[in-house]
Design a protein around this ligand. Sequence first.
Ligand code: C5J
Length: 228
Amino acid sequence: MTTISIEADPAPIEIDLAKTAFVIIDMQRDFLEPDGFGESLGNDVSLLRTAIAPCATMLNWCRGNNALVIHTREGHRPDMTDAPLAKVQRGSPSMRIGDTGPMGRILIRGEAGHGIVDELAPVDGEPVLDKPGKGAFYQTDLELILRNRGIDALLVAGVTTEVCVHTTVREANDRGFRCIVLGDCCGSYFPDFHTTGLKMIAAQGGIFGWVSDSTRFLSAAAGGPAVA
Ligand code: C5J
C-alpha cells in the first residue's frame, strides 16, 4: 500500500495508489483534431489539445507504476441501434451522429474520428470502454472493472470538462468512488465552462469530488512538496 496526499481543492486528499485508476474520457480524434467533427462545428480544438501533453505525462507515470488506466470513447454501433433518437436529432448542427464527416461517420465505432488520438493511444492491458452516453458508467462495465480491481479513487481526465467528464464524475461519486479531477488534463471548447465546471466539482466541500492537476499529483507521487 502506498498512500499519498495530493494537494487539491477544496482540501488535500489521501489516496492509496494501489486502489486508484486513471480514467481518460473521450480523447478522440473527432473532438480533438483539426479536421475533426468538433472543428467542423466551428469549435477551436486547440482549447482541448492543451490537455494532451499532461494526459501523456500521466499515462507515462501510470504505465511505469503499474496503475490501472482506463480509456473511454463516446460513440455508437454502425447501425446506430444504440443511439437514442433524442440524441441524434438534438439541435440543428451541420452534421449529426452517423453522418459522414472529415474522419468518417461521426461518433460511429470503427471510424477514424472515433479513435483515440495517437499521442494517447491505449496499449495492451488498458481497457477501452465504448460508451453510448455522456457518462462512462452508463451501459458499460466500468463499475465491474473498478470493483474487481478494488479501486476506490479515480484520477479523471479528458474532454469535455462540463459534459462527459462531469457526467462521469457525478456517476462515480454516486457509486462511492472518490474522484480527483486533474484540471490541466481536461478541456472544453468553452473556457468559462471548463473553469466553472471544475469549480462546481470542488464547491460545497467537494460536492462531487476534488480538483487538482497533473503537477500536484506527480509531486505527491514522487514524495516531494506539492506545487500549486
Ligand atoms: C464529450 C460531448 N465527450 N461534449 N462529448 O464530452 O458531446
